[in-house]
Design a binder for this molecule. Sequence first.
Ligand SMILES: NC(=O)c1ccc[n+]([C@@H]2O[C@H](COP(=O)([O-])OP(=O)(O)OC[C@H]3O[C@@H](n4cnc5c(N)ncnc54)[C@H](O)[C@@H]3O)[C@@H](O)[C@H]2O)c1
Length: 353
Amino acid sequence: MKILVTGGAGFIGSNLIRHLLNQPDISVLNIDKLVFPGSYHTIEDLDKLPGTKYRFAAIDICDYKALNDLFREYSPDAVMHLAAESHVDRSIATPESFIQSNIVGTYQLLNTAKHYWDDLETGRKDEFKFLHVSTDEVFGSLSLDAPPFSETHPYQPNSPYSASKAGSDHLARAWHHTYGLPVIISNCSNNYGPHQFPEKLIPLMIIKAVRGESLPVYGDGGNVRDWLYVEDHVTALFEIIKHGRPGDTYNIGGCCELSNNDVVQSICSILDELLHDSKHRPHKSLIRYVTDRPGHDRRYAMDITHINKTLGWSPKYEFKEALRKTVMWYLDNNHWCEKVMENSYNGERLGLI
Ligand SMILES: NC(=O)c1ccc[n+]([C@@H]2O[C@H](COP(=O)([O-])OP(=O)(O)OC[C@H]3O[C@@H](n4cnc5c(N)ncnc54)[C@H](O)[C@@H]3O)[C@@H](O)[C@H]2O)c1
C-alpha cells in the first residue's frame, strides 16, 4: 500500500510515518513545506532507508501543479492529510498563513486528489481513501459540567486556528458529499510525546524548567484539555485508514482530562525526580501565572464511543507513564530541540494582541 502523508516533518506526521514504515508492505511519500526549516532534522534519518519504502518532497500543499505531478508519478492508494499551521498562539498573531495552508492548502489537496481519483481504474478507485486529520478545537469550548464532544456536536470554533481547521473540515466533507471522494475526517484532542515543536505547552515547560527559566501558565491555569499520547493517536489513524468508512467522522481522545496546572505540576515533579542535582528544584517554584490567551477555550473533551465500537480503538498509554517517557525523551534529545528551534523560536511568548 502506498500512502501519501502531508505534514510528515511535523510532530504527529513524523510519529505516524515511523509507525507506518514499521508495517510490512507500506511505503510512504512525505510532503511537507518545512514551515520551520529545522524540522527536516526530525526526518533526515528516514532518507537513508534503502529502496523505495520512503520518499520526501519539500512541497507546499497550496501548489496545485507540484501536487498534481507528484500524485500522478507516485500513484498513492491513500492520503493521510496532516499538513497545517498548528499553533493557536501563532494564529492569533499571524492568521493569514493559517487561512492559506489550512483552508487553501486543503482545498488544493482535495482538488488534486479528486482529479487523480477520477482517473483511477475501478479496483483501485473503490479502495482509495483520503483521511483528513483535524482537531477537537473545531467544536469550541465546553463548560466544566458538559458531556464530552460527540461527532455530532455543532462546530463553534473560537480561534483563527480552530476556525481555519473547521473550514478545512467543511471542505473535506463537501468533497465527499458533492464529488464522492472517499473522505474520512478524524478530530483529535491534545497530543504530547517525542518530536513536538518546543512552542507547545509540554515541551516548552520541560525546556524552560531545565534551563531554570520561569514557567508561564496562562490565566489561572484551570483550562482543561483531554491529553493523548501521540503513539495512541497514530494507531487510531492507522486503524481509520485501514478500516474506516468513507463519509464517516471519528473522534479520538485520551479520556484524560487535566488542567494546565495539573500538567505543569506533573512535569515539575518528574523533573525533580529525574534531575535530583538540579539547583532549580523544586521546579514548581518556577511557575508564574501570566496574562491569559485572548479567547482561551476553557475545556475540551472527546467522547470516543464511536471509534471504540466500530474500529475497536482505545488509548493504551496511561498519562503519568507516557508523560515521564516524554520528559525523558526531551532530556535525552536536547540537540534535536536546539536544531529545530535554530533561527525560528527561542521560547518567547506568542499571540498577545
Ligand atoms: N498537536 C495536536 O495536539 C493536534 C491535535 C489534534 C489535531 N492535530 C492536527 O494534526 C495535524 C498535525 O499537527 P502537529 O501537531 O503534528 O503539527 P506540526 O506543526 O508539528 O506539523 C505540521 C506540519 O505541516 C507542515 N505544513 C504546514 N503548512 C504546510 C503547507 N502549506 N504545505 C506543506 N506542509 C505544511 C509543517 O511544515 C509541519 O511539518 C494538524 O493538521 C493539526 O491540526 C494536532
